[in-house]
Design a protein around this ligand. Structure first.
Ligand SMILES: [Mg+2]
Length: 257
């Protein structure tokens, strides 16, 4: 890989932000990327917000990032569902992520759904929600996991992602989920196609050893791990083989400059 990658893919949670706060140096790094003409896209496994509301939140924090440069698993789910000529799904999620599915032409239904789409539903999970999804799956619906992260870090600590619930549904219904977000190579390709660069000349920067670094490897990108967000020292030995390790995103301009 050349010293300066042709494009950068940035994870958001744990790289640019923690909870509702920017990480130190993150604003400066994003402004530097724009000023230096290094194209970038945000690829997030966040499934609680639509692209528009993710971009609005980033802009409120000072990041100059429009919605069109934010790629979410819901966008990949729309492509998957519409690719089967289907136009409906049963969604288990929270926040306004439903907007991206509806905008893409997927009606949200509780019965006769060809797809069950599972995101990080937070407090919306219940026995009833799991059981409704389970019954649809047993009836033949396909399971699409917007993400299957085991956990993430918000302001009060490590918190369960969608993964444990997806695994529970797979176990109960005897099915296997298709993952729409990272580490799915198809998800990385959505952003790389938009950038118009080959995978081999891009770098993915993230804090998740499996979704970000493993995903980058599977997609053919370099993977750079940051020691912020959910990073734990054991990740390096047990889970990830990053091409580079950064203390934080604040180190990026010096590396690329
Ligand atoms: Mg992250």
């Amino acid at each position: 890989m050349s010293p300066r990658p042709a494009a950068v893919l940035l994870d958001i949670d744990g790289v640019l932000t923690i909870g509702d706060l920017p990480l130190p140096g993150a604003l400066e790094t994003v402004r530097w990327l724009r000023g230096a003409g290094v194209p970038f896209r945000c690829v997030t496994n966040s499934t609680r917000r639509s692209r528009g509301s993710i971009a609005a939140r980033l802009q409120a924090l000072g990041f100059p990032i429009p919605a069109a440069q934010v790629f979410t698993p819901a966008a990949a789910a729309v492509r998957r569902i519409r690719g089967e000529r289907a136009d409906s799904c049963h969604l288990v999620a929270t926040g306004d992520v439903h907007l991206d599915l509806e905008a893409g032409g997927c009606r949200l239904v509780d019965q006769d759904a060809p797809f069950v789409v599972v995101g990080d539903a937070g407090e919306a999970w219940s026995y009833g929600a799991m059981n409704r999804a389970f019954r649809l799956l047993v009836g033949g619906a396909r399971l699409l996991a917007l993400e299957r992260d085991r956990y993430w870090r918000n302001q009060d600590g490590l918190s369960l992602g969608a993964g444990p619930f997806v695994a529970g549904l797979e176990y109960a219904a005897g099915v296997e989920a298709e993952v729409m977000g990272k580490p799915s190579p198809a998800f990385f390709r959505l952003a790389l196609d938009d950038l118009g660069v080959p995978a081999g000349s891009a770098v993915m920067i993230g804090d998740d050893p499996v979704s970000d670094i493993g995903g980058a490897e599977g997609a053919g990108c370099a993977g750079w791990l940051v020691r912020t967000g959910k990073f734990r020292d054991g990740d390096l030995a047990a889970l990830a083989h990053p091409d580079r390790v950064l203390d934080s995103i604040a180190d990026l301009p010096a590396l690329l400059g």
